[in-house]
Design a protein around this ligand. Structure first.
Ligand code: FAD
Length: 507
């Protein structure tokens, strides 16, 4: 078959070897293992990677599971700890504390959401918090960890888990996987991107030493700068700063304190104009402050961050400016942007790596040929945009519902108008305790419930169908659910013990 008869993509060039680049390379190598497709990663060890991105959500395990990688192998390779959710401190005012777990609350009965039963009991004076019905939240609060069961109706099937991992080690692990599967790697700085004069498609990358790297499809994983999608193809950026005022971070690594058990959750603590993260790994911890530079100087930011690290600092704090928003089109001509080049939302809910995963899934599902049919690009762009907007809304919710009164920053966030899509969600929740479901949502109703409850926003009514249940029976059932969870938590080993079991040498 000559070139005209066979329009298949022959070579993919991945521009950048950070988390996005190596995840894409590994996934494409696995997906196309028998096809004659050449895959090349071009990265520059001089430039390096962003070097943050340590908290994930459970979909990461599905991602590497598809590559045939096992939890325990990935955990050993990346110095990972287990994550059952995110603990929010001081967001509703000093001393406030709640966990957004990966998993469900209670059990729905006859198609009616569990939270309606709980709301009715709450109104009747039952003081048991929603978190008492979440096994994931209860395990996290107790510093416990066990593997969930994939088989409902096991009581252990109602929660899920993710990893805190060393992003650099994760990329190395995936690089070894991709190279073993035939992926080529070029370590060089890209000087320029060459476009075809006839249609403006990308023809090649020119490297610092003058070499050219040609390809049919280019995946832009070059980080914030968007070397191909932005700089060469001129695709614009939709700025979401009016809803997400944080635009900078300081990141710093710290030592683990001897005797401190790693928490099975990410810690996010509200500060005067942003929030601080704390992520425990086995060999060290990740810390950082995400803040609004319009409200806080760099000196003030450091003064808020440094006294609250998870241990003594191991590195100098590194400043990372960013712009919240998304690339107007994630796919233009023969270039698909995956990772930071396609946009960024602050890491409050650990969504960036998850968005890389869905970008890769989408690319596999819509993999083009050299004709790059417009409907393929349109569908990819539409799905990507909608998914990012839904994540955006979920993150804005945390700012909108805050109850802090100490600074203009928090007061302004509470008063800001929010996107109409989020307004609808909040309105339906307060009117009827229900969830508007949009397409391509990463966060399910249980996550929205966790945030509404954590910030104390409750609907005016519960579902009237709940009133058909005998109140004494309802009270007994809920007490039983709480007791079961407390009993399971009491019988579950410590998170540290689970980690020690991963590594025979350390136990
Ligand atoms: P990068 O890591 O920046 O990689 C870019 C690659 O392109 C590098 O290999 C670089 O060498 C190469 N490159 C660039 N220019 C050239 C050139 N001219 N020539 C050759 N090569 C070039 N995500 C999460 O999921 N969880 C988190 O907890 C989390 N925390 C974060 C905290 C902060 C403060 C920030 C800013 C981000 C965080 N993220 C988090 C996002 C996460 O870090 C990124 O999504 C992830 O690391 C992917 O980055 P990337 O691969 O797109 O870009």
């Amino acid at each position: 078959m000559d070139e005209i008869d066979d329009p298949r993509i022959r070579s993919v060039v991945i521009v950048g070897g950070g988390t996005a680049g190596w995840m894409t390379a590994a996934a494409l190598v696995q997906h196309f293992r028998t096809a004659p497709l050449k895959i090349t990663v071009v990265e520059s060890s001089d430039i390096g990677t962003i070097g943050v991105g340590e908290a994930t959500i459970p979909t990461i395990r599905r991602f590497y599971g598809q590559l045939g990688l096992r939890d325990d192998d990935v955990m050993r390779a990346t110095q990972a700890t287990c994550k059952l959710g995110i603990r929010f401190l001081d967001w509703s005012g000093p001393g406030s504390d709640f966990i957004h777990p990966f998993g469900l609350y209670g059990q729905d009965v006859k198609g009616i959401g569990f939270h309606h039963y709980w709301l009715k009991q709450r109104r009747a004076g039952d003081a048991a918090p929603l978190a008492a019905y979440s096994l994931g939240a209860a395990l996290a609060a107790g510093g416990k960890f066990t593997l969930p069961s994939p088989h409902p109706p096991s009581q252990l099937s109602v929660f899920d888990w993710a990893l805190h991992l060393d992003a650099g080690l994760f990329a190395q692990h995936l690089r070894a996987y991709a190279e073993a599967g035939g992926c080529a790697r070029i370590d060089a700085r890209i000087r320029s991107v060459e476009l075809r004069p006839e249609d403006g498609f990308v023809r090649a990358l020119t490297l610092d030493d003058g070499r050219e790297v040609e390809g049919d499809l280019f995946v832009d994983c070059s980080g914030f700068k968007g070397l191909v999608i932005g700089e060469a193809l001129g695709v614009g950026f939709e700025d979401w700063g009016r809803w997400l005022p944080c635009d900078a971070a300081y990141a710093v690594q710290s030592e683990n304190r001897p005797g401190d058990a790693p928490a099975p959750f990410t810690r996010v603590t509200a500060r005067s104009a942003g929030w601080q993260w704390g992520i425990p790994l086995r060999h060290r911890a990740g810390n950082g402050l995400v803040f609004s530079s319009a409200h806080l100087s760099d000196d003030q930011a450091l003064a808020e961050l440094m006294p609250h690290l998870l241990g003594d600092p191991l590195t100098e704090p590194r400043r990372i400016p960013f712009r919240p928003g998304r690339r107007s089109q994630a796919w233009a001509k023969n270039c698909v942007a995956i990772g930071l080049s396609s946009g960024f939302l602050e890491p409050l809910e650990s969504t960036s790596i998850a968005l890389i995963e869905t970008g890769i899934e989408r690319l596999k599902a819509l993999f083009p040929d050299r004709r790059f049919a417009q409907p393929i690009l349109d569908e990819f762009n539409d799905q990507t945009a909608r998914e990012m907007e839904r994540v955006r809304d979920f993150i804005i919710l945390h700012y909108k519902l805050n109850r802090r009164t100490d600074t203009d920053f928090w007061r302004d966030c509470r008063e800001m108008p929010v996107p109409e899509t989020l307004e609808r969600k909040i309105a339906l929740w307060t009117a009827r305790g229900q969830f508007v479901r949009y397409r391509w949502e990463m966060f399910h109703p249980a996550s929205w419930l966790a945030i509404y409850d954590g910030f104390g926003l409750y609907p005016d009514h519960h579902d009237p169908a709940v009133d058909a249940m005998d109140p004494a029976y309802l009270a007994r059932s809920l007490a039983e659910m709480r007791a079961n969870i407390a009993d399971l938590v009491a019988r579950t080993p410590e998170h540290a013990q689970f980690l020690a079991g991963l590594d025979p040498a350390a136990s």
